[in-house]
Ligand binder design. Structure first.
Ligand code: ATP
Ligand code: MG
Length: 561
């Protein structure tokens, strides 16, 4: 592509896209290569989605490519299970790395050879200080560091020791390779950073071949360079590491020197996003696995019923900036509501059923009403909803002694059963404890379809399900996993103490309109007045349906709590 044919992004610009646009215009790059470099030590979360949308989005919109690179330089923690789920989540989000899937571990030999070159140039040395000594020699933000007594070993000695490290001659922790930069640098990352350590641990891909492993700052810039990355986009905490990123590539005079660009990571209120904490939640069984629908993981959000579109839209809404902030959870929840409002067909379901017998309706008879699948989208068609003498309504759509402003069913009052008839409560049946177990009604046969023949006003309309036709289901209602905006933050001893004890409610005896028995794992519904629902991908079975509530219809948090 030449400079006059620059792909114009369809998406709103951000400062990174502006840099990319400029680099294409000026001819600095002919095409763009980005990468998403997850460490395979956990499942991806909504924060990773921001990075994925940014990196893959730029590659897509500028006709470049985005690499998926497993940053598997730390042998102790990585697992194949994580790699599989990472690939699946990136694909689920709608992105494709094509043939560009890489592993940092594939570069171990090259990274080793680069380190040998650094030693030969007098720019790296083997240090015999212990980890604690290295730390104390490093100095502080206000004080310069102190040079290691081993800093001036000869090139020959360093080469031999480094070879010995590779050959397994030394104990873990006894030697490290350090870059020789500047112990007095105001940037602590440049005070002779460790670039290799001994770790006699098998790697899940390279087996026992290596017992020395490169450190992140050293491996990352070189991996970017090896892959021909043009823009290495990372989060703000790496800003102070950029001088080291550039130093390594400069001194080695590699042909490709990517530009590191930092952006603010996504922080979301009412959740945690550190992989360590997410792993603890799983291991301590505080949640039902990585894909628990309350988790901020992509597999959790998927199981909860979030669509990839809603997550991509969310990432676009929040934008890409340079200063850290906390995004309110309600913005994510609004994104899924907005998407599902458009795409989810409507259906009727009763979560806490109260039986209503319509005494004036003939026993054994039934009829069907035509119900629109979407109020604003006729193209989504309609379905038939059966009606009969006994229906279920929500328990809280009836009040024996109605409070002021309650316009639904109450003794002597009328209410509209959506699509069907106007009914009037004639009496109630109570059990031995005085609990209402049944409401007896009459109906206005002239109100078929919902409107009173004499035009009288009916204030309340409620949803219902015919008892004879109802499909039973379990319904899981979720709330935020944490009840404070910043779990484990100020005045909270531990994030675990802010876990919301009511974050999941299981309702066993919900009643659904029969069309819902056709639901499949791709289906999304708006259960009228209750929210958006999908089948639970793990536990739902055709003979025992389990629905998850993805979101309520409105944001109940900002008003309620
Ligand atoms: P942790 O620090 O919890 O171990 P991580 O950020 O190191 O997680 P990685 O697997 O290294 O996790 O992340 C892969 C990529 O995703 C990195 O490029 C990182 O910058 C990006 N990323 C991770 N978390 C966020 C976030 N909250 N917002 C934006 N990008 C993120
Ligand atoms: Mg990381």
């Amino acid at each position: 592509m030449n400079s006059t044919e620059i792909a114009t992004p369809e998406k709103p610009n951000n400062f990174i896209r502006n840099i990319v646009t400029e680099d294409l215009k000026s001819g600095k790059h002919q095409s763009i290569v980005t990468r998403f470099p997850p460490e395979p030590n956990g499942y991806l979360h909504i924060g990773h989605a921001k990075s994925i949308c940014l990196n893959f989005g730029i590659a897509r919109d500028f006709a470049g490519r985005c690499h998926l690179r497993f940053d598997d330089t730390n042998p102790a923690k990585e697992e194949v299970e994580y790699e599989d789920s990472i690939r699946e989540s990136v694909k689920w989000l709608g992105f494709d790395w094509g043939t560009n899937m890489y592993y940092a571990s594939d570069y171990f030999e090259r990274l080793y050879q680069f380190a040998v070159r650094l030693i030969e140039m007098g720019l790296a040395y083997v240090d015999s200080l212990t980890a604690d000594e290295i730390r104390s020699y490093r100095g502080t933000l206000s004080e310069p560091g102190k040079e290691s007594p081993y800093r001036n070993r000869s090139v020959q000695e360093n080469l031999e020791l480094f070879q010995g490290m590779r050959d397994g001659k030394y104990e873990d922790g006894s030697l490290v390779l350090r870059a020789k930069i500047d112990m007095a640098s105001p940037n602590i990352n440049l005070r002779d950073p460790v670039i290799y350590r001994i770790k006699t641990v098998e790697h899940h891909r390279t087996g026992a071949k290596w017992c020395i492993y490169p450190m992140y700052d050293y491996a990352h810039c070189l991996s970017d360079s090896i892959e021909g990355i043009t823009h290495s986009i990372c989060t703000l905490e790496f800003e102070d590491h950029r001088p080291l990123y550039d130093w390594v590539l400069d001194v080695l005079k590699v042909p490709c020197h990517p530009q590191q660009i930092e952006f603010a990571r996504l922080n979301l209120s009412y959740t945690v996003m550190s992989k360590r904490k997410l792993l603890e939640l799983v291991q301590e069984k505080l949640v039902d696995g990585w894909d628990d629908p309350r988790m901020p993981t992509l597999v959790g959000l998927k199981r909860r019923g979030y669509t990839p579109e809603s997550i991509r839209n969310f990432c676009e809404t929040i934008g890409v900036g340079k200063s850290d902030s906390i995004i309110d959870m309600s913005i994510l929840e609004d994104a899924v509501r907005e998407d599902l409002n458009v795409r989810a067909p409507r259906a009727m379901a009763v979560i806490r059923p109260l039986k209503v017998v319509i005494e004036s309706y003939p026993e054994g008879e039934s009829e069907e009403f035509e119900a629109a699948n979407h109020p604003n989208d006729p193209a989504m068609g309609s379905r038939k909803v059966p009606f009969s003498r006994t229906v279920y309504i929500e328990r809280d759509d009836f009040q024996e002694e109605p409070v002021k402003g309650f316009f639904r069913l109450a003794p002597g009052r009328e209410v509209r059963l959506r699509y069907a008839y106007i009914v009037k409560c004639e009496s109630v049946v109570k059990d031995a404890n005085g609990e209402i177990v049944e409401v007896r009604c009459s109906h206005d046969p002239g109100s078929r379809g919902g409107n009173a023949p004499d035009g009288r006003k009916i204030k309340g309309t409620i949803h219902w399900v015919s008892a004879a036709h109802a499909v039973d289901a379990e319904v899981r209602l979720y709330d935020r996993l944490f009840s404070t905006p910043n779990p484990g933050g100020k005045n909270e001893p531990d994030y675990r103490t802010s876990i919301n004890p009511n974050s999941m409610e299981v309702v066993k005896d919900a009643k659904l309109e029969p069309s819902l028995s056709q639901a499949n794992l791709e289906s999304r519904f708006q259960f009228e007045r209750l929210g958006y629902f999908c089948l639970d991908s793990r536990d739902s079975k055709p003979e025992a349906l389990v629905f998850n509530r993805t979101a309520t219809l409105r944001d109940s948090w900002t008003v309620k709590k």
